[in-house]
Every structure is written in C-alpha cells, then in structure tokens.
Write a protein that binds this ligand. Sequence first.
Ligand SMILES: Cc1cc2nc3c(=O)[nH]c(=O)nc-3n(C[C@H](O)[C@H](O)[C@H](O)COP(=O)(O)OP(=O)(O)OC[C@H]3O[C@@H](n4cnc5c(N)ncnc54)[C@H](O)[C@@H]3O)c2cc1C
Ligand SMILES: *[C@@H]1O[C@H](CO)[C@@H](O)[C@H](O)[C@H]1NC(C)=O
Ligand SMILES: *[C@@H]1O[C@H](CO)[C@@H](O)[C@H](O)[C@H]1NC(C)=O
Ligand SMILES: *[C@@H]1O[C@H](CO)[C@@H](O)[C@H](O)[C@H]1NC(C)=O
Ligand SMILES: *[C@@H]1O[C@H](CO)[C@@H](O)[C@H](O)[C@H]1NC(C)=O
Length: 513
Amino acid sequence: MLVLFPLLGIASALSVPYPDSAQIPFAGHAHNPADLPHPDPTHSFWTHSPGANPLAAEGSTGALTDDADVCIIGSGITGVSAAYHLANAVEKGTFPDSGSKIRAVILEAREFCSGATGRNGGNLTPYEFNSFRKTEERFGREAALRYYALEHYSATEMVRIARQAGWADAVDLVEGGHMDIVLTESALADAKADYASAIAAGKNVNVSWLNSEEMNATFGTYNSGVRSPGYNLWPLKFATQLFNRSLHIAPQQLDLRLHTRTPVTAISPLPLTDDSSTSPSGRRWLLATPRGPVRCSAVLHATNGYASHLLPHLAGPAGIIPVRGQVFALRAAAPLSALTTASWGGDEGYWFPRPLAKNETTPLVILGGKRTAAGPPFETDVTDDGVVDSRVGAALRGLLPKLFPGLFAPGREPEAEWTGIMGYTALEIPFVRCIHVGPVLDSRPSQSMEGDLLRSNYKGQFIAAGYTGHGMPRAYGCAEVVVQMIADERAGRTWVTPAWFPRPFLTWVRDAR
Ligand SMILES: Cc1cc2nc3c(=O)[nH]c(=O)nc-3n(C[C@H](O)[C@H](O)[C@H](O)COP(=O)(O)OP(=O)(O)OC[C@H]3O[C@@H](n4cnc5c(N)ncnc54)[C@H](O)[C@@H]3O)c2cc1C
Ligand SMILES: *[C@@H]1O[C@H](CO)[C@@H](O)[C@H](O)[C@H]1NC(C)=O
Ligand SMILES: *[C@@H]1O[C@H](CO)[C@@H](O)[C@H](O)[C@H]1NC(C)=O
Ligand SMILES: *[C@@H]1O[C@H](CO)[C@@H](O)[C@H](O)[C@H]1NC(C)=O
Ligand SMILES: *[C@@H]1O[C@H](CO)[C@@H](O)[C@H](O)[C@H]1NC(C)=O
C-alpha cells in the first residue's frame, strides 16, 4: 500500500515535468499575433553568469549581411541546430551550390540565444512513455512510436556530439537520469497504464519504479516515483559550442554569419523580375530589419513562441501560442550527494541540482514550473519576459522545502529568478498538429504537398516551432528535418521522412492520423 503525503495539493499526472497543455484555455478568447521579443528581458542564470555568453552581441554592429541562400530567424536551439545541419549538408555535398560559396545568416532580435533556450530549466529529458495512451489515440501507433523516437534521437545525438567534440564538460552535461514523482494512487495507475500501453505497442521502455520507502531512502522525499534516462546541461553553452562547430565544418564552401540585435520586422516577396527569382536558389524574400533589408532564397522561422509575429495566421489555437514560464536558481541546504544528480518533474515543477563549482559546497538548484499559480489564463498569450510573476514565484519558493524536508532552507531566496517564452500548440484539438515542421503554408493546407514543396503560398519559407514547453529533446531533430527539406527543394529531390520522425508534425499533414 502506498503512503501518500496528504499536503500536496494538485494531483499532477506523470506527464507534467513541464507545464501541461491541457491546462491552457485555448478556446474562447481572442489570440493576437505575438509581439517581437521584449527588448529588456529578465536576467537568467544561464545568460548572465559571468563569461557565459561570449556571442551575446556577435554581429550586432558593422555591416549587415544583406543577401543569403538561407536566412535563419532566431538563435535558439532550433536556429543553431539548423545551422549545424546545413553545414553538414554542405560538407556532404547534399546542399547544392550555384557556382559560388553558399551564404547563410542567423538573425537574432536580442542577444545570442536569449529566447527560451537561454532561459529554460536545463532539462534534456526524452520521454520514455509519458502520456503514451493519449499520444497513440491521437496519432495512431506508428506515429506515436516516432513521437518518442524523435526525442530519443535528438537527445542522444546532442550528447554524442558534445562528447565526441570534447565539450561535454564545457556545457555541464550530466547524465543523471530523470525522476518523475507520482503524487497519487490514481496518477500511479495512469502511469502504469501508459507504461503497459507503450510496451504493448512494441516500444523499448527503460524505466524503474520506486515506492515511497525507496524514494525516502534514496532521495529523502515522499510519494512514489519512476526513473528514466535523462540529462541536464547548460543550454546556452551547448548552443554556443554547436554554433562554433558549425562555423568549422565546411568553411571553404559555407559562409555562415550571425547578427544579434537584429529583429526581423516583416517579410515580403521580392518582385519576380526574371526566371531566377522563382527558382529555389534565386532570392525570393526580403527580410526587413532596423539595420536594413536582407534578400533570401530560403527562410527558416526558428522563432518558436514568437512565430506568429511574422506569420500572423499562426496566431491562435490552430497555430502557436506564446506562454510564459518562470524559473529560478536556489541554493540547496544539503550537499550534492544528498540531492543526487537526477533531474526531476512533479507537483507542477521541474528541477535539477547543478554540478558543483570549485568554490561551492551545496549545489544551486534550477527550478521552474507552477504556472497555474498565476491563475487563468495561466500565462498564455504573453511575450513579456521582462518581469517575473510574484504568485508563480511564491509557489516555486514553497515547492522544494515541502518535497524534500531538511534539504532546502524554508524562506531562502533564490540567487536569480527569470521568465522566458515557450511556444504552445493545442494538442487536444482535433486536426491541429503538435509541433510545426515544414514549409510555411496558409491556413488551407492540402494533402498533396509532398514532393512539391514549391506549391506553398510562402514557397521558400519554412518553420520548425511549437514545442509546447519541451523543446530541448525535440528541436535538434526538427531542425534536421527542415534543413533536409530546404536542401531537397534546392536540389529538386523528393524529401523522404526519416524513420524517427512523426508525420503528424508536418505542416501539410492535416489529419493527424
Ligand atoms: C521558462 C522555461 C523553461 C523551460 N524548461 C525546459 C526544460 O527544462 N526542458 C525542455 O526540454 N524545454 C524547456 N523549455 C522549452 C524550451 O526551452 C524550448 O522549447 C526551446 O528552447 C525552443 O527553442 P527555439 O530555438 O525553438 O526557441 P527560442 O530559444 O525561443 O529561440 C527563438 C529565438 O528567436 C528570436 N526571435 C523571435 N522573433 C524574432 C524576430 N522577428 N527576428 C529575430 N529574432 C527573433 C528570439 O529572440 C529567440 O532568441 C522551457 C522554456 C521556458 C521558457
Ligand atoms: C523517511 O523515513 C524516516 C524513518 O521512517 C522518517 O522519519 C521520515 O519522516 C521519512 N521522510 C520522508 C520524507 O518521508
Ligand atoms: C537505461 O537507463 C539508465 C538510466 O536511467 C541507463 O544508465 C541505461 O544505460 C539505460 N539502458 C538502456 C538500454 O538504454
Ligand atoms: C571553436 O571550434 C574550433 C574548432 O573546432 C576550436 O579550435 C575553438 O577552440 C572553438 N572555440 C571556442 C571558443 O570554443
Ligand atoms: C563561486 O565563484 C564564482 C565565479 O568566481 C562566483 O560568481 C560565485 O558567486 C561563487 N559562488 C560562491 C557560492 O561563492
């Protein structure tokens, strides 16, 4: 018989290491297009620790790159992964040049990687079986298995790259596993049913279950739990290293630039003056920025929660809704050995203890979540990450001293507290895709887009966005898919779905099954 701690209020399901899309009131009120990123964001531990962001102001002064084959808007994990995949495609010869060096540019509104990737919870946790029944019911068995495969692929590739290139330590990569706390008997029954369904569908599920005695003995906490593979890292440092790697893959064939503090304010079609402007390597789009225009052949929207600023038809439940999340860095009152190196999800929060710096005796714990404490509409339709919410902050302050008695000092103030903007999609609404990956379409996608990406009204514009608060194990793979599409369009090849990619995420697939 489980002994359950009676004071933990909301019975959060296992699938809430990150804020749950089910809590979002998508319907019933107007959704305006997102604003541009707020000019004066809160300072996150990741972005504002001394020396952490050497690329912060890269390319923000001097001449702007005004002409490129590929223009990537946004320098988070999506935009930087796209640059990396592009460099690899150029190096392998699968991204055709047109007689001269290929030009690519990343345009970033604020400092380098200052969006969600520079402000998140630092968890790189591929789901093992979370919400499997709902996912299978929604997408069918094959796509459901791929839904998890995308995360496994992205996370293991990121870890492999960091280790092989020798910068795993420089980005504080820790393979500490992930613990989900299960708060109630009914949540445990739900989790076990998802686990059984995943196994029945043929998925290899690598988890272990802990009862409340084991949770107490191992971690000093209440309730039961389930352990799965998982990592934590310093996401901004990962993006910094991956960008640097991208610069060095094919420098003879690819001219890759980064311009920070360069918001794209509008996109307009270039006049079709001759045949070349309609071909995939001709310049098709004009990006407006306060520093001048940029002419582009292909455009990638790597803007996640902000996507609807440049693509207003993506505002609302059928598109991508900006949602504010809050995180802080709290000094624990116990050594790392008592806390363990696992990352955690439970009771509407997600957290992990950072590796110890040489001058530290107790670790800094990064903790986020508790969005529902803000009350309706739960921080949805918000792009202002220049402030923190005091109600969310109060709920976060109460979480760890309650879950881990003695390991955190009640009343201790965090050393940094910040917010960031996620991009949510309405997973619950029929005929709305989960993540948006592929060519940008108008609001009437057709079923017959495959192999004919040029038919889009936005031909040459692509998107990878809408990770619904769980982008770290998703963006890398989605960026790879979309870069492959850009390369295939340019080469006149038919794009082929990788075995690990769920087709319902494609922008042109209208029926999720
Ligand atoms: C508080 C918080 C906690 C989170 N915790 C986790 C976690 O622990 N684990 C996890 O997996 N996920 C987490 N997430 C989600 C994860 O961070 C995101 O899914 C992921 O970082 C998205 O990456 P991205 O590159 O697509 O978007 P972003 O990192 O947001 O990058 C988009 C970039 O585009 C720029 N931009 C936007 N519009 C324009 C424009 N018009 N012109 C130029 N630039 C523009 C922005 O400034 C931004 O830098 C969290 C998110 C937040 C906000
Ligand atoms: C763990 O077990 C000990 C011994 O039974 C008990 O005193 C303590 O309160 C328990 N702690 C938690 C967090 O359940
Ligand atoms: C299973 O997960 C554990 C960590 O939770 C990890 O050490 C182990 O390598 C994993 N095994 C497989 C087969 O992936
Ligand atoms: C960038 O990458 C190059 C080549 O891999 C390496 O020599 C250099 O040290 C890296 N720079 C930084 C700042 O990490
Ligand atoms: C440890 O050193 C770093 C860098 O010198 C400093 O920023 C930080 O405040 C120090 N931490 C503690 C707990 O003294």
